[in-house]
Design a protein around this ligand. Structure first.
Ligand code: NAD
Length: 483
């Protein structure tokens, strides 16, 4: 192996240096499309974490980012974007192989990561406070100050772009940041460290550590040396982190799971819907928090829609991510077992398997693209996050029934509707319990549109200008002019 992984080991990016694991410990990284060992990553433990925390605190105390001229901070972030783009050619195939995703999807991640640094870099010199009129005897103004040390825990489904989604606004606001990479696919994210290094980000202002969630991750979020937690991942882990945060009263941002529903009305353009279904549930093999996990269809077109969905699922090409197929493997054997087991409960609960339904009989952790029809809204597959290429279809008769069903889970990340009726779009969108609503195109929007959940999908917002509010706190300064 040459280039970034010249000796097959992805190291920790710790306070500006590349360091091996504590005691030489490593985590093996697998190519899930081949079920083969691909590389190792150096596993950080308690000692590395202590060094990263000390370095981050020292960076905050020196004011490395917070006191940097805001124009210079903005320029440094634009440079990070340039370096990420320059590294994409080498990094995307590595990310493709460690995660299983298509090469184009891996490239998209690097591009999106670069775009986050451009977007939030552009805001680094525009974080303005305000002056508050208290009459002639006072001068009063607010400052938007960084928290200090931001601890960020990243999931494996989009490790590079999700890390950039939180790191870029964190840096724009002037925080030092420690990222814990996901153990399944840490290599692409380690390359983000290379971009930071090339852009000459002050040592200690950002560290990226590889480690196991319940060990390194749990230690990081429980540390009294951090000032903020940003977590993206599953609900149970989010709950565990919130318990730890309660002990130290550390402000937290939670971007958790989803069970999002698309509502397909009788006047929907079905070609548009089917195109959205493909990206909505089969992109990244359905391992997307905002996937189109449920599809609620007006009864008058229900059978026709299920038939088209099944034809789509059965017609997808399957293969290794490097070969750019429509459908790629799941990230691990554990993930395949979990998706297959939950999907297998559907039949007992009265659902009809219109396509797929089980793992594919081939090398790699492949789940068949699956369409479940006649899904009972109260059943497990309709209520629990499957996090795989499995869409659950249920008919409805009235708009009110569709809205009640869409809102009828513990989650509330995104939702969508397909209709040509403009008035209905606005009316239904307002009543859907979700942080984002798509009309006639799943995943519409982008890095500038605020994203986040309600209910068990979490709280706080990432993306857009809104996200910056999560990385600063307001200080009010009141000065008496009387004396
Ligand atoms: P996960 O909760 O298992 O792991 C997420 C991260 O948390 C990993 O880095 C893991 O090592 C770490 N972790 C695990 N236990 C920990 C602990 N006790 N303390 C601190 N860190 C710990 O989630 P996952 O399987 O990696 O990701 C899939 C989940 O993430 C899905 O539920 C998905 O919906 C959600 N997700 C949400 C968003 C969003 O923006 N809302 C985006 C992507 C993924």
């Amino acid at each position: 192996m040459t280039g970034f992984l010249n000796d097959g080991l992805a190291r920790n990016f710790l306070a500006g240096s590349w360091v091996e694991g504590d005691g030489g410990a490593v985590i093996a990284v697998e190519d899930p499309g081949l079920e083969e060992h691909m590389a190792d990553c150096a596993q950080a433990g308690e000692a590395s974490l202590a060094r990263a925390l000390d370095a981050a605190r020292a960076s905050v105390d020196r004011g490395d980012l917070a006191d940097m001229n805001p124009h210079a901070r903005a320029r440094m972030m634009q440079r990070i974007a340039t370096e990420i783009r320059a590294l994409a050619e080498e990094g995307a195939p590595l990310l493709c192989r460690e995660s299983g995703k298509a090469l184009s999807a891996a490239r998209d991640e690097f591009e999106e990561a670069a775009a986050y640094f451009e977007y939030y870099g552009g805001m680094a010199d525009k974080l303005e406070g305000k002056s508050i009129p208290l009459g002639p005897d006072y001068a009063d103004y607010t400052l938007l100050e960084p928290y200090g040390v931001s601890a960020q825990i990243v999931p494996w489904n989009f490790p590079v772009s999700i890390a950039a989604r939180s790191l870029a606004p964190s840096m724009a606001a002037g925080n030092a940041t420690i990222i814990k990479s996901p153990e399944l696919d840490p290599i692409g994210l380690a390359m983000l460290g290379r971009a930071l290094e090339r852009a000459e980000v002050p040592a200690g202002a950002v560290s990226i550590l590889n480690g196991i969630g319940f060990d390194l991750g749990a230690r990081l979020v429980a540390s009294s040396e951090i000032d903020q937690i940003v977590f993206t991942g599953s609900v149970p882990t989010g709950q565990a982190i919130l318990h730890a945060a309660a002990e130290t009263v550390t402000p937290s941002l939670m971007e958790l799971g989803g069970k999002s529903a698309a509502l397909v009305f009788e006047d929907a353009d079905l070609d548009t819907f089917v195109a959205s279904l493909q990206s909505g549930i089969f992109y990244n093999a359905g391992q997307v928090c905002s996937a189109m996990a449920r599809v609620l269809v007006h009864r008058s077109i229900y059978e026709a829609v299920v038939e088209r969905a099944a034809a789509l699922a059965n017609g997808l090409s399957v293969g290794h991510g490097l070969d750019e197929p429509d459908h790629t493997p799941l990230a691990s054997s554990l993930q395949l077992t979990s998706v297959a087991e939950l999907t297998s409960t559907a039949r007992q609960d009265g659902a009809r398997v219109a396509a797929g339904g089980a793992p594919l009989d081939r090398k790699g952790h492949f789940m068949a693209p699956t369409i479940l029809a006649d899904v009972n809204p109260a059943s497990r597959v309709a209520q629990e996050e499957i996090f795989g290429p499995v869409a659950c279809f249920t008919p409805f008769d009235t708009e009110a029934e569709a809205i009640a069903m869409a809102n009828g889970t513990d989650f509330g990340l995104v939702a969508g509707l397909f209709t040509k009726d403009l008035a209905r779009s606005h009316r239904v969108a307002r009543r859907l319990r979700a942080g984002q609503v798509f009309v006639n195109e799943w995943f519409a929007g982008g890095i500038s549109t605020p994203f986040g959940g309600v209910g068990k999908s979490g709280f706080g917002r990432e993306k857009g200008l809104e996200a910056l509010q999560n990385y600063v706190r307001t200080k009010n300064i009141a000065i008496s002019l009387k004396g």
